[in-house]
Every structure is written in structure tokens, then in C-alpha cells.
Design a protein around this ligand. Structure first.
Ligand SMILES: [Ca+2]
Ligand SMILES: [Ca+2]
Ligand SMILES: [Ca+2]
Length: 354
């Protein structure tokens, strides 16, 4: 998909032209009204940070994640999840240094060497919901409004959740552009849609973000703080990471095996400059069901407890070490990939409930 970005940037699609996509109207103040912002966006993409990754470290880390999973399951998590934990919990902080291929959490979705199905957190071949709390840095997530609609321009946002594949579909991701959320999917056939919200999230506060996709017709929902912010009939097909997927040899560090078959949190996954997220993230839940109706919902008043539809649940309460423990039964632990100046991500004390 990244390989298409220059071409995509030339296609000017009027933001807000479709009443059904949320369009970005009335949001992001000045940026939202400027439909032709691709210059700023493609600039971020065009700059490759070669040599930014430390291949030896990152290649081995997914394996470590699996190994650590057996050490950190069940008993402790049960205790942690047994009731509200308004204190003593915490979150994780990113510094927008994804261009150096650090400053992220990676969750393994597929083994490129086999055609085995991915873990439950490899969502996209059925209904799913991804939700998380974010407290974005007000100044640092300044990427301008993208071309909303039938484009892949979401990759020029400040990316919070990245399930891209480089130069091949399917993909999806969540970012911030022009001060509002973007929820985007590139379908199984390669058809893209970048859906823009309208609610500003750059006010220094925590915000609960939920995105959903219905498998039967590709319908997309975006909720901000429990309120439906945008919805659209999006691209169709199975958008999970392909079980027989082969990462291409087109990434800043060469073959994209270090980035492709992962769900990346807090950064643009392939290591491009200027399009990563700065701020706090907490309470990421990936579910294999549509959690919310378009009427909206009351924002979660406490951390989640895993249920049968929970594919992955990350409280980010670990506080130390380089593993973000999955509190679900699936042991899909996240691996912190440290890097950048200042080095991130860091464990943080703040959480949405205090
Ligand atoms: Ca595979
Ligand atoms: Ca898969
Ligand atoms: Ca937490």
C-alpha cells in the first residue's frame, strides 16, 4: 500500500463530499476545510528512514513475546481483572519516533513461514471491534487533514493503530489528521476507504476511540467517546492478515518481515518519518464481534474484563519490562520495540480514570 501513496496523493477527493462518510467537515478547524493537503502528507511518506531498524533485535522479539506469554498468564491477570482498578494501573507513552523503527508495540498476527491461521487478534475475516483510550499530545499530532474517501491517505495521519501491509492489500488503520480521527480500510481487492471523523481529539484529554467493521458488507463505524462520529459502507472482503502472506522487499530496512505481519500500536509500522503518534495509549481491546450500536454507548468506566469475544486485551499496566501483557486467554502479548530520542515507548502512571 505504501507504494501507492504518491499516486493516491494526487487524487483530490473533496473532504466531506459524501454525507455518509463524516467527511471531516466542521472539524480540525482550518485543516478540515482544505481538501487539497496531499503535499504535506506525501512529504511525510516520501522520506524513508533507511537503516532505522535494528534487524537483529526486532526479528527475535516476536519469538520472545510468545515465550513470555507462558510466564505471565492466568493467576495474576485474574487478580488484576477482578474489579475496578482506578489506581496502580497505568498506560503507555509514545513519542512520535516511529521513523526510527522504535517507539511502538507490536502484536504478532502471522508467521510468514507457514500458512497456519493467525491468532484470534488477527481480526478481519469476521466482524470486529478495536477500541482504545488515547491522550494525544496537543501539538505533536499535527498532520493535516487527509483526502477523506476512496483513498489510502490515512497513512499520512499520525498513526495510532497500524495493520498495514506494504504495497499489497488488505490493510487497516486508525490515525489522527486535522485534529480528528481517521478509520481506514483497504479491502481484499485493494480498494481503499479513509473515513474521517469530526470530533476534535486534540484537547489534552483522554478520549475513548472505537472502530468497528462488519464482515458481511464492510460497513465501518467510528466512535469517539461513545458517540458515533462517522460511518460508511466500506471495502469488502477478508481483511485479516493473509495466512499465506509474504512481506515484500520494499521497506526502509529491506524485506518487510519486521513490520508487515504485526499489529503496530503507537507508530507507523514500516518506519517512515513524520506519521507516528505522540501521547498516551491505554486499555486496548480487540474483539471478534460488533460491540457497539450506532446509537452510541456509555464510555467504559473501568478496565475491561475478558469475555468470549475478546481476542486481545492490553491494560498497559505492566509498568516495567518490554512486554505488554495480553489479559485475554490468547496470550497474544505485545512486544515493546524501543527506539528514538527520547526513547519510547515508556510505561506511564496516568490512565483514563484518574
Ligand atoms: Ca503465514
Ligand atoms: Ca489471517
Ligand atoms: Ca491501564
Amino acid at each position: 500500500m505504501r507504494g501507492l501513496i504518491v499516486g493516491a496523493g494526487l487524487v483530490v477527493v473533496a473532504c466531506g463530499g459524501g454525507a455518509d462518510d463524516g467527511g471531516g467537515q466542521g472539524s480540525g478547524s482550518t485543516a478540515a476545510s482544505t481538501a487539497s493537503e496531499p503535499g504535506g502528507t506525501s512529504g511525510g511518506e516520501a522520506t524513508q528512514e533507511s537503516g532505522g531498524r535494528t534487524a537483529g533485535t526486532t526479528t527475535s522479539e516476536p519469538g520472545d513475546t510468545t515465550a513470555d506469554a507462558s510466564d505471565t498468564t492466568t493467576a495474576d491477570d485474574t487478580t488484576t481483572d477482578s474489579g475496578p482498578q482506578p489506581s496502580g494501573s497505568g498506560s503507555i507513552e509514545f513519542f512520535g519516533n516511529g521513523g526510527l523503527y522504535g517507539d511502538r508495540v507490536l502484536i504478532t498476527l502471522d508467521d510468514p513461514d507457514t500458512v497456519d491461521p493467525g491468532p484470534a487478534v488477527d481480526v478481519g475475516n469476521e466482524d470486529f471491534t478495536i477500541e482504545l483510550w488515547i491522550r494525544p499530545d496537543v501539538d505533536a499530532n499535527a498532520n493535516p487533514m487527509i483526502n477523506c474517501g476512496a483513498t489510502n491517505d490515512w497513512v499520512s495521519s499520525n498513526i495510532v493503530v497500524d495493520r498495514d501491509r506494504h504495497s499489497q492489500p488488505p490493510s487497516f488503520g486508525v490515525g489522527i489528521a486535522g485534529g480528528v480521527m481517521v478509520w481506514a480500510v483497504q479491502g481484499e481487492a485493494g480498494d481503499p476507504w479513509s473515513m474521517c471523523g469530526t470530533a476534535s481529539v486534540l484537547d489534552g484529554n483522554w478520549h475513548h476511540i472505537a472502530v468497528q467493521r462488519r464482515r458481511s458488507d464492510g460497513w465501518l463505524w467510528l466512535f469517539v467517546d461513545g458517540v458515533l462520529d462517522a460511518e460508511v459502507d466500506g471495502p469488502d472482503g477478508d481483511i485479516s492478515y493473509p495466512d499465506d502472506g509474504v512481506p515484500m522487499d520494499v521497506c526502509p530496512g529491506g524485506v518487510c518481515d519486521y513490520s508487515d505481519p504485526f499489529l503496530a500500536i503507537g507508530a507507523e509500522k514500516h518506519g517512515y518519518e513524520s506519521i507516528s503518534y505522540t501521547g498516551l495509549v491505554d486499555e486496548l481491546r480487540v474483539s471478534t464481534t460488533l460491540r457497539y450500536s450506532a446509537e452510541g454507548f456509555e464510555i467504559p468506566g473501568e478496565p475491561f474484563t475478558p469475555d468470549d469475544d475478546t481476542a486481545g486485551l492490553y491494560h498497559f499496566d505492566d509498568g516495567s519490562g518490554e512486554v505488554a501483557t495480553d489479559a485475554s486467554d490468547n496470550a497474544s502479548n505485545g512486544q515493546l520495540v524501543l527506539g528514538g530520542r527520547p526513547e519510547g515507548p515508556l510505561w506511564a502512571d496516568a490512565d483514563p480514570w484518574r
